[in-house]
Design a protein around this ligand. Structure first.
Ligand SMILES: Nc1ncnc2c1ncn2[C@@H]1O[C@H](COP(=O)(O)OP(=O)(O)OP(=O)(O)O)[C@@H](O)[C@H]1O
Length: 989
């Protein structure tokens, strides 16, 4: 890297800043006016169609949808006008695929500035990376800028010094920079007069070493490398393409009659959301080509377009069509491998005869001072990608296979490296980037294998196609779809779509445990591709998507083919009700999760999430909302009807809250909800999170329970200040926020059993019992000698003082030796008293009580230990994309540990119901066996201990191949090898 600072700029060296400000206005005004004029002239006449009709940029320009992405995955739409506003010196990244219109937007910003519609910028520099890569010598920033505009070095120097915060650099086509280790190793270039290769200068701008206060807009197809080069958090935006309305506007401008045939073909209409496809189709209209059929894939659109051009613009060529296409392919491939989009005349002439008359190449006018000779480029980058793929299929079989093998290997290697690459830019990033840029070639190769349409093109031009490529591609897709179910799944779906072979798509997708497309919001074309792929399958196991509500409409009919569906959305639209009903019916879809990504802050009235799951005929609905204080409501019902009416009700509340800016006073929302729920048929369980248990709310509970005969559980997770005031009588341990209190309501005298814990309350009269399962503090047992816990610790309180007795569930198998070992422990005021039970039945220990607080069962340690009743609890861990195995957690716990308590610690996992009862001896060792062979159990053996919390870790973990749908589990005594829990079939649903 050179650093020729001897060639100094006199203005920079000899004057002070103050001197500049006067000069600046005088000098710059004229120069800027000239500069702006040249920009306007350029963009007024730059665009010409193939038939040489001139268009101005303003006439051609159509506003695409651009989104600005937030760190939490949420996004908002942003207009081009606002793209550069209010981010200060924070760089703005504009990402988009080939042909999405990045350069057009960059040029539109230039034109707007030149037309003085944006006044917040003094000067804008447009740096096209592909052109700068033709500069072979070292260069400083000032020279580099003067190459790209009509200003002199002196004028540029002044402008950079005068108010750098009002200078905008647009770096267009970052992917064209050939980055090497030099970027990583380079020392900071901070002086605008220091020379270096152009890519190093551009990277210094990006890294904010040069003119750090300036504004920066970078356009790129890929994001990883930029992420690493940019200091701080940039503003990320992405071009999503034209909306349907804008596609119409595009065609109405020039081809209003012909637009009807685009509108009539939904596939084509969707493809036209990609701006360059709009251009291709309008060029086909221009020459009167048939666009009514065959345009199903992006490849087929390119093939048809190439065919049309060959017909209309290549009649007098000296070469045969196949020679022409091969030579274009050779040039394209060279560029793809060497990251080159501009080719000098000499090289082009060696490969292609008469490049000037070739409609697929554009001559690059050498107005610029970078190089004097003429350059050529493909009309759009997507054609360079297409011709590379075409070249591969036209080679002889052996060569073709070799090239495709290398391509697939390079792309996969980049994928593998991207999983492991360093935080800083390194050589691995060069490969990752190259892999990303080559991906579209694979896509076109898939499209060229398509059986129905493409061959006619080859037949017409008498060209043979290598058939083995198809097998290679399919094998590659099958293998890597399994490995990359997250990062590269969208690309794989696009490949499958281009292949357009239903049976193959089904074979690939039905095997996958997870299709995770939740990284980024899907574009219209992504959704179209996904829709087609889903249509090919009978069912999909687990699909995660990030979609806009508009795109959900397109996908919705197919989504009920998923067994589990996760949606991340900008807002939850009303029509998700269709999906909710499908999930509630539970035919295929039996778990639905919809989450709203928060991009508006916590505004009252938003539905923040809906989840529905079905198990054994019970439908559980969980609704998150920020209306009032209630954030999540969980219901279990038996009829889908109740589900829909509940969602409707929540939405009506939301509207009410919105329209009236209403804020329901504490507990009022819960009261309204309970009143509404009385009409929900088949209501089994209600769980309210973050509720305020006010006096009014509490007083509504008994009548609610009376009105809902099917209700078996009402659980209220209480929080908030008012709760503290109201429950002064129970102030012990209520300070902790987020308590799980089970509000146990007894409407009259009698015995009531809590279905969650099996604890029985003996009531003298009407009353409310509040209790929770607490953790033992074993230090409290220090003075009690040979006693140990024999059940959970319960923290109990009761209003109206009507609780007179308790029956504690136990897990002992009673015999002569152990019939007297149980006692009840009562903790008051830091002391513990042990009480002899009134009676011990097979299941419960009964006692009278005088006052309330902490109670638990104790048992005397005896030798040898007696067996206890144990539950085998199974949880299937959530599947992640990188996971090769399904992981099953096996817990061995005393029978009287509440399942809900264990579930609470493993919320992410799925509980698998099984006949779980067995008897084990505390202190003995057991081993777990799992079939089929090949699954792993860890540890091999484990000692069973009676664990009553606070933590419930699995006793064993079982790893089985994720394609396994069923296993057989059994538990044996280690010393005698006797089965203590005979083999059970465990189905992973
Ligand atoms: N906003 C737009 N309005 C009208 N036409 C557009 C727009 N954006 C793109 N196009 C059409 O698509 C063509 C390709 O756009 P452009 O060259 O800007 O894409 P790009 O994203 O820079 O592609 P690449 O990454 O391949 O360089 C344009 O020449 C134009 O015909």
């Amino acid at each position: 890297m050179g650093s020729d600072t001897s060639k100094t700029c006199p203005v920079l060296k000899t004057r002070t800043l103050e001197d500049h400000s006067d000069d600046f206005s005088r000098l710059s005004e004229n120069a800027l006016r000239q500069y702006k004029l040249s920009i306007k002239q350029k963009y007024e006449s730059e665009w010409s169609s193939l038939s040489d009709e001139q268009e101005s940029l303003s006439a051609l320009y159509n506003e695409p949808v651009i989104i600005q992405k937030n760190e939490n995955g949420s996004f908002k739409n942003i207009s081009v006008d606002r793209l550069l506003m209010s981010y200060g010196a924070m760089p703005v990244i504009l990402q988009g695929d080939s042909g999405s219109g990045k350069s057009i937007i960059a040029q539109k910003i230039m034109l707007d500035w030149a037309s003085e519609t944006s006044r917040h910028l003094n000067v804008v520099f447009y740096l096209r990376c592909e052109e700068l890569m033709c500069v072979s010598e070292e260069i400083n920033l000032i020279e580099l800028l003067s190459y790209s505009c009509s200003l002199t070095s002196d004028q540029i120097s002044q402008m950079l010094q005068h108010s750098p915060e009002k200078v905008l650099f647009i770096i267009d086509g970052f992917d064209e920079l050939r980055l090497t280790q030099a970027i990583f190793d380079m020392s900071a270039i901070t002086d605008p007069l220091q020379k270096a290769p152009p890519e190093v200068i551009l990277c210094s701008l990006l890294r904010r070493y040069l003119i750090p206060k300036s504004k920066l807009l970078v356009t790129t197809r890929t994001r990883n490398t930029l992420n690493k080069l940019l200091k701080g958090q940039p503003c990320f935006t992405e071009i999503m393409g034209f909306s349907e309305k804008k596609v119409e506007t595009y065609f109405q401008k020039f081809f209003s009659k012909e637009y009807d045939c685009v509108r009539a073909n939904e596939t084509l209409l969707t493809a036209c959301s990609i701006p360059v496809i709009c251009w291709i189709i309008s060029e086909m209209f221009r020459v009167g080509a048939d666009v009514t059929s065959g345009l199903e894939t992006i490849t087929s659109i390119h093939v048809d377009f190439v065919s049309t051009l060959l017909e209309h613009h290549c009649q007098g060529l000296s070469q045969s069509v196949s020679t022409l296409l091969r030579s274009l392919g050779q040039l394209a491939e060279r560029g793809m491998l060497e990251q080159q989009v501009l080719f000098d005349e000499k090289n082009v002439n060696e490969i292609i005869s008469d490049p000037d008359g070739n409609p697929f190449l554009c001559r690059f006018l050498s107005k610029r001072r970078i190089r004097q000779e003429t350059m050529f480029t493909f009309m759009y980058h997507s054609f360079q990608e297409f011709f590379t793929a075409l070249y591969y299929v036209l080679l002889d079989e052996e060569e073709s296979q070799r090239k495709v093998r290398e391509l697939l290997h390079t792309v996969e290697r980049g994928w593998a490296l991207s999983c492991w690459s360093d935080r800083d830019f390194s050589m691995a990033d060069v490969e990752v980037r190259q892999s990303k840029l080559l991906q579209p070639v694979i896509l076109f190769l898939c499209g060229l294998c398509k059986k129905e349409w493409i061959p006619s093109f080859f037949e017409k031009h008498n060209m043979a196609v290598s058939v083995n490529i198809e097998t290679q591609l399919k094998e590659w897709i099958s293998t890597y779809s399994q490995r990359y179910q997250n990062e590269h799944m969208l690309f794989i779906l696009h490949c499958l779509y281009e292949l357009h072979e239903k049976s193959f798509i089904r074979k690939v997708l039905e095997k996958l445990v997870l299709i995770d497309l939740s990284n980024s919001p899907l574009k219209m074309t992504d959704c179209w591709v996904l829709k087609y792929c889903l249509q090919c399958c009978e069912h999909i196991r687990n699909l995660k998507l990030h979609v806009t509500s508009d795109n959900l409409k397109m996908l919705q009919p197919e989504l009920s083919r998923c067994k589990e569906l996760w949606l991340m959305m900008d807002h939850i639209p009303d029509d998700v009700v269709g999906l909710v009903s499908a999930a509630a019916e539970g035919k295929i879809l039996n778990k639905l999760n919809i989450k709203k990504l928060d991009n508006h802050g916590k505004l009252s009235g938003y539905l923040s999430g809906i989840s529905v799951s079905v198990r054994d005929g019970d439908i559980t609905l969980s609704i998150g909302t920020s209306v009032s204080n209630s954030s999540v409501t969980e219901l279990t019902v038996t009829s889908p009807h109740s589900l829909i009416s509940t969602i409707d009700w929540v939405k009506s509340q939301r509207e009410w809250a919105f329209n009236s800016y209403g804020y329901l006073s504490s507990g009022q929302h819960e009261v309204r909800l309970l009143t509404f729920l009385q009409s929900a048929s088949g209501l089994k369980k209600v769980c309210l999170h973050d509720s305020l248990l006010t006096k009014t709310f509490a007083s509504e509970i008994p009548s609610f329970i009376q009105a809902c005969p099917s209700l078996i559980e009402l659980s209220i997770n209480v929080s908030g200040q008012l709760m503290l005031e109201y429950t002064q009588s129970m102030k012990t341990s209520l300070e902790k926020m987020g308590w799980t209190l089970i509000v146990f309501v007894c409407a009259h005298a009698g015995q009531f059993q809590c279905s969650l814990t099996n604890l029985v309350f003996v009531m003298e009269g009407e009353g409310e019992v509040l209790y929770r399962v607490d953790s033992w503090d074993l230090r409290l047992l220090d003075g009690l000698g040979q006693m140990q816990p024999a059940g959970p610790l319960y923290n109990i309180d009761c209003f109206n003082g009507s609780l007179s007795g308790l029956h504690f569930p136990h897990c002992e198998i009673l015999s002569e030796e152990n019939k007297d070992i149980l006692a009840v422990a009562h903790f008051t005021g830091g002391n513990v008293e042990t009480m002899k039970p009134l009676k011990v039945t097979e299941t419960h220990v009964m006692t009278d009580i005088r006052d309330l607080s902490l109670f638990g069962l104790l048992k005397r340690k005896i030798f040898p230990s007696c067996p206890v009743i144990v539950q085998v609890i199974l949880f299937l861990r959530p599947i992640t994309a990188r996971q090769r195995d399904s992981i099953l957690d096996v817990h061995l716990l005393p029978w009287n540990v509440p399942l809900s308590k264990v579930q609470g610690q493993h919320k992410e996992s799925t509980h698998i119901t099984t006949s779980s009862k067995c008897s084990l001896i505390p202190g003995s060792e057991y081993s777990l066996r799992c079939e089929p062979e090949g699954s792993t159990v860890q540890p091999m053996t484990e000692k069973f201990e009676c664990n009553f919390g606070p933590n419930y870790h699995p006793t064993f973990e079982v790893f089985v191949n994720f394609n396994t749908e069923e296993v057989r589990l059994s538990l044996s005594d280690k010393t005698e090898g006797k089965e203590v829990w005979v083999p059970r079939r465990i189905v992973f649903t």
